[in-house]
Design a protein. Sequence first.
Length: 222
Amino acid sequence: MPSLVVPLRSRRFARAQAAQKLNHAVPAVGLFAAGFDALRHGVEGSELALATVEMATAGLLLGTMIKSLRAARRAGQAGFHHAHGVDWMDIFAAAVLFAEVAERYQLNHHTHVSRPLVLTALLTLGLGLFHGRMSAWTGRRRSIRVDDAGVSVGGPPFRRLRAAWSDLASIAVNDRDAEIRTKAGRTRRIDLNDLDNAADVRRALIDARDRLAALPPPVPSR
């Protein structure tokens, strides 16, 4: 029995991630405005360099957001589109945060560095650099697997389901959703309307349903 693995590409999950990304736009707009205001007042030296960096990093982040949203719309995705192993949006967001650290350091007359902001910037940079690996890990955990051992459906810890073929009671599939029920009474419902790849998931579940139906009936114990 060949193993079959299909990711669960939830639109709700993608939109939640996109909302978190959009939060980066708030400090970016403020930083761009601060840099523009500094240039308008004719700053020089290190203040000029900082204002230039502020506007450049904020502009790169906002431009990347717009480009990614357009790519996602063309691809029919619910969240941001990432075409590479790294997430440039997070990388530019980290650059914005580092620029904000420098601005606060300058405003504090070079006497205090915002350590929480530095830590946030470093974490955001790490998320951007390791985006590909983290996405692959998340994809493995948010997927449906059909193999010799049985059926497993990933997701949040309290919703995951793993059942051997002998423990499965039924698998029901229709156009809108699917339901996997175990003999112990556990149930996992999958909203197919929420999935970008609903057709692939439906085929995997129909295959699992057919495999379950083809199993020989259990031998009654004496």
